[in-house]
Design a protein around this ligand. Structure first.
Ligand code: FDM
Ligand code: MG
Length: 214
């Protein structure tokens, strides 16, 4: 019988190095562990819904905050079947942002936290979440932000606060393990830590069923 794949998620504010670490862990899983792996990211800007989100992020369109929130959530729901298919076929997925980004960014605008979380309930649940963190000032110093809508210091600080006070290791993320990773270190040091956490936990996780966000 094929073992199911794992759903590994990377979360955190902008510029903490998520994409770099997604790539590093994907390489580790396929080249060192010799397991099937695919990386995904949200928003998935390639779908029709993703293209509307992309226009908003690039400041080309304006939209009501709640309508936008629901589009981000829809962009995950439209991926649900393919995520489950990958996992059930034994492919590990390494994902750059998911429901927690959805809640943190929207709640940081002042939208009710529980309202933000409600539309995520029922989506496939990540097995392991790496939360990359560093001070917002240090993240800003990593170079110019790309100019997308949310890349401003004050807003980034609010998002970080929502993650750390309301999401990381909180009851509504029950049964999912959050690993808090100090992202203000050399890339290799971070990726070595993350790979060794994966190596020590993946066998245990494979034998548990795929969960749902609740
Ligand atoms: N973002 C991302 C949200 O506001 N809600 C979501 O549900 C998701 C998945 O989109 F500013 C924000 C986070 C970020 C922007 O993400 C695009 P990348 O990772 O910076 O491309
Ligand atoms: Mg960004």
């Amino acid at each position: 019988m094929i073992k199911r794949g794992l759903f590994i998620l990377f979360e955190g504010v902008d510029r903490v190095g998520k994409s770099t670490q997604v790539q590093a862990l994907t390489n580790h899983i396929s080249n060192v562990q010799k397991l099937q792996t695919k990386s995904l990211r949200f928003p998935d800007r390639t779908t029709p819904i993703g293209q509307i989100i992309n226009q908003y992020l690039q400041n080309a369109t304006n939209m009501d905050d709640r309508a936008l929130h629901l589009l981000f959530s829809s962009n995950r729901w439209e991926a649900r079947d393919s995520i489950l298919e990958l996992l059930n076929n034994g492919t590990n997925i390494v994902v750059d942002r998911y429901s927690y980004s959805g809640v943190a960014y929207s709640a940081a605008k002042g939208i009710d936290f529980d309202w933000c979380y409600a539309c995520e309930k029922g989506l496939p649940k990540p097995d392991l979440i790496f939360y990359l963190t560093m001070s917002s000032e240090d993240a800003t110093k990593r170079g110019e932000y790309g100019g997308e809508r949310y890349e401003k210091l004050d807003f980034q600080k609010k998002i970080k606060q929502i993650y750390e006070e309301k999401l990381v290791d909180q009851p509504n993320s029950k049964q999912t393990t959050w690993k808090i990773i100090n992202a203000n270190r050399p890339i290799d040091e971070i990726s070595n830590e993350i790979s060794s956490i994966f190596d020590s936990e993946f066998k245990n996780i494979q034998s548990s069923p795929i969960g749902k966000l609740e």
